[in-house]
Design a protein around this ligand. Sequence first.
Ligand code: UD1
Length: 417
Amino acid sequence: MEKYIINGGHKLSGELSIQGAKNSVLPILAATVISGKTSVISNIPKLRDVDIMIKILSSLGAGVTLDDDVIYVDSSTINKIEVPEELVREMRSSIIIMGAMLARFGEVKIAFPGGCEIGPRPIDLHLKSLRQMGAVIEEAHGFLECKTTGLKGCEIQLDYPSVGATENIMLAAVTAEGVTTIRNAAREPEIVDLQYYLNEAGARIVGAGTSIITIEGVKELRDCKHRIIPDRIVAGTYMAAAAITKGEIIIKDIITDHLLSIIAKLREAGVIVYANGNALKVIGPNKLYALEMLQTLPYPGFPTDMQAQIMALLTIANGTSIVNETVFENRFKHAEELTRMGANIKTFGKVAVIKGVKELTGAKVAAKDLRGGAALVLAGLVAQGSTEIENIYHINRGYENMVENLRSLGADIKIIR
Ligand code: UD1
């Protein structure tokens, strides 16, 4: 089992370019199924989750070629409608393939994605919406068997702006008969990226980025090319790394607008952030301030995917901070691990109270999920002595070359195999 060993206490400095967004790549790769043509997608990050989505496409019969950071998908050869169970179990967000397969073939069989490390993560909103569009979905023996004789556009009012449900509906609606309107849609930048890809392929979608998305069904899609947007969570994580080590780094190739809620909270904690076009300079202060309230919310609120990393920062801030995780249940597993490193954190359901301590101390800890793992890396960068992080496969799901990147900025981190 691979581990990270980090010797803390090195200020980060230098420049870093940010990888393509994992949460854009996954739905867009799923979307390539719909056209039955060729899609060329660039700025693909090398990640475990992306590998799983490639395996899913290949297992369905698509031709997939990866050349550096460009993926060529020829979906004309897809000849299976069953998604292998082990791949669905490995990555819950593979459920996004449902909408695409229904749009293309009117049929799909997929294992019911189980619970996961950050709470139960139900898919009721996906199923309810697809049923509303005319899919017949049977749930039996741990599988979902979905069929339709033709999806029909309709008005869908989401009870919650779920990212995955919004994407699944968009995919299903692309070639449905008539117009689909999604109200209370998720507004994440990755949804806008999905709209760009689909429209480049000939879809007719407007409204992504707002709460109302309208999709006018088209007969077919065509070949297309698309470049994935930069990963705002990866950018935010490296910003937090600069902040926690009192370092000074420049983050390049980002879309600043996507980072505004993260920038605002970092500034509130005393971090100096200068924005210049598609780059940011981040300077960590001598002393971080506690945050009176950090509440995670759907976009444009503060992202749940940055909650753990900010918590790492708050462990050594001046004063007591409160974090309210409103998006997912059970997303505080990193708190216990941070406590092993000397942090003072108490959790009460969806609320965590973090009393800043003078310093963290290196310890043996384990990543429990992707972002929680990243938070442990941040803590390790500033902790006194050596930190050993186990289960780093979680971190590899979302961060490309994390060790190389941090080393290039002056961190003392290595992988032990
Ligand atoms: C996506 C992101 C994930 C991010 C999350 C919230 C991808 C691949 N993953 O996950 O990194 O943390 O958005 O920004 O893009 N819910 C239901 N029923 C449903 C669907 C969701 O109750 O049918 C609940 C979930 O349990 C959760 C909340 O809604 O509590 C948000 O989930 P959702 O927005 O769907 O997140 P994902 O698409 O799974």
